[in-house]
Every structure is written in C-alpha cells, then in structure tokens.
Design a protein around this ligand. Sequence first.
Ligand code: IMP
Ligand code: MG
Length: 206
Amino acid sequence: MNCSENIELENLYASSVLGKVLFPNSVIHQRVCQIGKAITDDYCKKEPILVSVLRGGIIFLTDLSRKIDLELSIDFIGISTYQGSAKTSTGVVKITKDLEETIEGKDIIIVEDIIDTGLTVNYLLRNLKSRNPASIEICTLLDRNIRRIAETKIKYTGFTIGEEFVVGYGLDYKQKYRNLDAIYELNRDIVKRDIEINEGSRNENG
Ligand code: IMP
Ligand code: MG
C-alpha cells in the first residue's frame, strides 16, 4: 500500500469518528491573534513564562506564543488524573513531568487546551502557587463551563463550548486527531460506547 492509499483509508475511518467542524482553523487563528494581543498589552515590559499542560496544550501554545510580542519563555508540565469514567474526572491528580525552570518571582500563564470540570487546573494552580510566582493566570482555548466542579478564574478564553467531546488542534481522542487543523465534534455514538467500556482507568491528561 502506498502513502496516499493509506491517507484515504484514514480519511474514511475519520469520517465515521469525527462529527461536524466546531471551529475551522481560520476562526481559531483569528481568536489566537486576539488573545496574543491582549497578553502583549497586559504583560507590557514583563517576561511571562507560558506553562503548557502536556500534551493537549502544545498546538495552542506554539501558535499563541508567536502572537505575543514580548520576551517570554516556555515550559511544560505533565499531569495525570484518575478518572471515575470516560467522562468524569475524580480530581485525583499527579505530576508526571515537572517544569524545567524555577518560577519563583515570575509571571506565569498556564496555557490549557480545555478546562472542563476545572479539577486539573485547580490542582495545578495550588501546586504552582506554592512555588511563589509573582503572578499566575489561566489561558484556555476552550471552556466547557457547564461541567465545572471546581470554581476557576480564567483570564483568557478562546471559546466556550457545550457538552460535546471535541478533538483536533491539540485535543485528542485516545491520543489521535491532535494534528487536525480544525476542532471537530467527536461522533456521539463513539463517546457513548467508551463511557460504558472505560470505567475506572488512569488517564494521562492533555
Ligand atoms: P478537567 O480536570 O475536567 O478540567 O479536565 C481537563 C482535561 O480533560 C483537559 O486538559 C483535556 O485533556 C481533557 N478533556 C476534557 N474534555 C475534553 C474534550 O472534549 N476533548 C479532549 N480532551 C478533553
Ligand atoms: Mg489538557
């Protein structure tokens, strides 16, 4: 099988997995530019550290960082959560990869792909605050606030979404589809089937 045949097969499979496009890349790009400008204005003369949560936040981070006109730096943190089911996070969280740099006295912006229950980012906030940064704010591409459990103050939000499970532009389903340019809804039947199968498993976040 040659490479193009392979891609056709993947497209066929993807068409049954992916639902409608929620945000085309042009719309994401426009919003990323606006957030980049807002951060540039708000952090004038500062050198913030963008902390991306692996792995979902990395595509957003790489685009966003290039729309911020400041001498910023970038760091990564990995987190895993124990899940009660495919859709319910229990909030039991642990760090699987820590930051490379110390953040004491620095201005930190956490860059997330999506904030859902808010449990993960609240754990992260508590953990990073204990390292005494000068300031710490949250920037998320997507906010699913209807499922929020832990109250979360978000400074920069790309888009607010509803119940639908989404993939693309960094967001995955079983580690796939992160490389899609747009954000898609996942086929509802597949989400439903996985809720039934995946009770009580440990998931790497992101
Ligand atoms: P929270 O602790 O419930 O806020 O979990 C947020 C994390 O769950 C995100 O960083 C994602 O890794 C993952 N997540 C939640 N909803 C989705 C989704 O619709 N698509 C892909 N990942 C998701
Ligand atoms: Mg994430």
